[in-house]
Design a binder for this molecule. Structure first.
Ligand code: FAD
Length: 637
């Protein structure tokens, strides 16, 4: 049957990439279809129910700044919020929330169901209709044909998925879900480079069988952070503790004893696993000298007894899983509700994509999420939003858009993938960004919301809140600049009392904020700001703590204290922008560049960089090699 409606954008897969992709396209006014295996699993968290963390919260806040759903869903579902790296500089601070799995799914589903221009349809997509080199439609498992201008594929771990528990294995997309076999075969017919990766998850534990009294409680932060720029503590459900315990030598002996039945160590699994989220058997093997590893015991939700033991992901046989769990303090009588497992799946080399996430070989076909070799909900969501946006722009016959490395972590993510490719599951870290001070989680809205508005991603309510915040920052900055303290005045005396600092000459408060020992909070106490009209009612929680005022103060403090560093990064960005502007034509002849080593030449041929700056980011391509490319380009130009 041919479905009687033609779509602008069809998104295949209702995970974290797919939901953001579908929402972005629909927000832009595109007729959008979200086609997924199962409506009940929309927004499902396959692994740990936690959002954010180092590098990842930056992506979540960028999704939020561009109107996406992840951050607000986290505020509606988060049962424990913390700021990681809170004692370090603002560039690396990261908000993390433990979420109630069911509440998170419900929050995402509510956004999807209430989104205009978005249809949802439950069924497996088995085939793509490709005419010439352009995708034109999708065919489902029961033969329903959908016509569309563009397709976004976000199939996660499902393509050719194989689940392993010990030496047992079976086909599956994730525990309890079917794999995507027909579509995987169809995609393997396309001229795209395909590989296998693997990831894993720990066994889940019944809290009724756990002794928390011997574990260390880990409460959330006070004051409690919020995830979304539109978030409020009033959205948060009841808050609970997480817990910490440890593996020990007995645990490690049990694991070593089971390695001869490990699918990873007997070579049954060929796919490469996530380096930064290794299985417990991997950790014992790689860090053989360590006697103990931390295990975070995290609740899966408010209305379930299931626990997620973060740190013991494993695909060892079930009897070994049970013994290793029961060797851990506090879990001596633990009951496992779901065994841990590993999953192997197809991914496509992201070097075959453009920065808009459109494939280079099939026009109007976009890929986002785990299919591109990444791991993590946040990485998936950011790509989904970008792919959905670009599919929408294509359908509307507009130029594509993507953020650059100095604009967003999303830009870093996409540029890393497209320029370098990946041979292991890629996750985001702050260390991957060269302009960390510019790309903070706290200023994601300043970096992106205006662009999001222009692209049609940001609705009126978000735009109004953003403008109010910017106005409040400008007004408070002006007030601090206009408030003078004179030596010998009452204000100066109070200043010394509060800060222990002397005032030797007349200064305005903004100037005083430059001093490392002076904080905005002290200045606000010295000379309290009025609550700006524009912020009345915004972000105030039941306890009367004004989130909006805190944020305004924080923004001014960061802007003043880090101005020098940010300016220097800005100059470097300008220098690199010149290189970014120098395009390397697709047929560029690297053999004609004199002085390049064979190794560098090969790397450039494999990487196919689109600009000189991208060439410079390929590992092993030296600044000297970039200069040679520039000379050749200029000669040709
Ligand atoms: P998914 O969330 O997997 O969503 C894919 C969606 O596509 C699903 O809704 C599926 O039903 C649908 N779909 C697939 N094929 C079709 C089709 N043909 N037709 C219709 N619908 C289809 N991340 C970490 O950061 N750390 C970890 O340790 C970690 N461990 C993991 C362990 C396991 C076992 C699994 C399964 C995942 C793990 N993840 C981990 C990864 C995390 O779950 C993913 O990165 C994230 O969910 C990817 O989002 P996605 O949208 O790309 O895909």
């Amino acid at each position: 049957m041919h479905y009687p409606k033609t779509y602008d954008v069809i998104v295949i897969g209702g995970g974290h990439a797919g939901t953001e992709a579908a929402l972005a396209a629909a927000r832009m006014g595109c007729a959008t279809l979200l086609l997924t295996h199962n409506v009940e699993t929309l927004g499902q968290m396959s692994c740990n129910p936690a959002i954010g963390g180092i590098g990842k919260s930056h992506l979540v806040k960028e999704i939020d700044a561009l109107g996406g759903a992840m951050a607000l869903a986290t505020d509606r579902a988060g049962i424990q919020f913390r700021v990681l790296n809170s004692r370090k500089g603002p560039a690396v601070r990261a908000t993390r929330a433990q979420a109630d799995r069911a509440l998170y799914k419900a929050a995402i589903r509510a956004v999807l169901e209430n989104q205009a221009n978005l249809d949802i349809f439950q069924q497996a997509a088995d085939d793509l209709v490709v005419v010439g080199e352009t995708v034109k439609g999708v065919v489902t498992q029961t033969g329903i044909r959908f016509s569309t201008k563009t397709v976004v594929l976000t199939t996660g771990t499902f393509l050719g998925g194989t689940i392993h528990i010990g030496m047992e294995n079976h086909r599956g997309g994730r525990a309890g879900d079917p794999p995507s076999i027909a579509l995987a075969q169809r995609l393997r017919e396309l001229p795209l480079r395909v590989g296998r990766l693997k990831t894993g998850t720990p066994p889940r534990i019944d809290a009724k069988s756990v002794d928390f009294s011997v574990m260390q409680a880990q409460p959330g932060d006070t004051p409690r952070p919020v995830m979304s720029f539109l978030g409020s503590r009033d959205l948060h459900p009841e808050q609970v503790n997480c817990w910490i315990t440890h593996t020990n030598l007995q645990t490690h002996d049990i694991i070593r004893g089971g390695l001869d039945r490990s699918p990873m160590y007997t070579g049954v699994i060929e796919g490469v696993g996530p380096r930064y989220c290794p299985s417990i058997e991997d950790k014992i093997h790689r860090f053989a000298d360590k006697d103990s590893h931390q295990v975070f015991i995290e609740p899966e939700g408010l209305n379930t007894h299931e626990l997620y033991p973060n740190g013991i992901s494993t695909s060892l046989p079930f009897d070994v899983q049970l013994a290793l769990v029961r060797s851990i303090r506090g879990m001596e009588h633990a009951h496992i509700t779901r065994p841990g497992y590993a999953i192997e799946y197809d991914y496509f080399n992201p070097q075959d994509l453009q920065h808009t996430l459109e494939t280079k070989v099939i026009r109007n076909l976009f890929f986002a999420g785990q299919i591109n070799g990444t791991t993590g909900y946040e990485e998936a969501g950011a790509q989904g939003l970008l792919a959905g946006l670009n599919a929408g722009l294509r359908a509307q016959e507009k130029e594509g858009w993507y953020p650059t490395r100095d604009q967003a972590y999303t830009g870093v993510l996409v540029d890393d993938l497209i320029t370098l490719g990946t041979r292991e599951p890629y996750r985001m870290f702050t260390s991957r960004a060269e302009y960390r001070l510019m790309l903070r989680e706290d200023n994601a809205d300043t970096r992106l919301t205006e662009k999001g508005r222009e692209l049609g991603l940001v609705d009126d309510a978000r735009w109004a809140a953003f403008c109010a915040k910017q106005e409040a920052i400008a007004a408070e900055t002006a007030r601090l600049k206009a408030t003078w303290a004179h030596p010998g005045s009452a204000l100066a005396a109070r200043f010394s009392e509060l800060t222990g600092q002397e005032l030797s000459r007349e200064s305005h408060l903004l100037d005083l904020l430059k001093r490392p020992q002076v904080s905005y909070a002290q200045l606000a106490e010295l000379s309290p700001p009025a609550r700006p009209d524009a912020l009345q009612g915004a972000g105030q929680d039941a306890a009367g703590q004004g989130i909006a005022e805190q944020i305004v103060g924080e923004q001014i403090e960061i802007a003043v204290k880090y101005a020098g560093y940010v300016d220097r990064q800005g100059e470097e960005v300008e220098r690199l922008r010149l290189q970014e502007g120098l395009a390397l034509p697709s047929g560029f002849d690297y053999d004609a560049v004199k002085g390049l080593s064979n190794e560098v030449r090969q790397k450039l041929k494999d990487g196919r960089p689109e600009t000189l700056a991208q060439a410079g980011r390929i590992p092993g391509v030296t600044p000297a090699a970039v200069s040679l490319l520039m000379i050749t380009l200029k000669k040709q130009g």
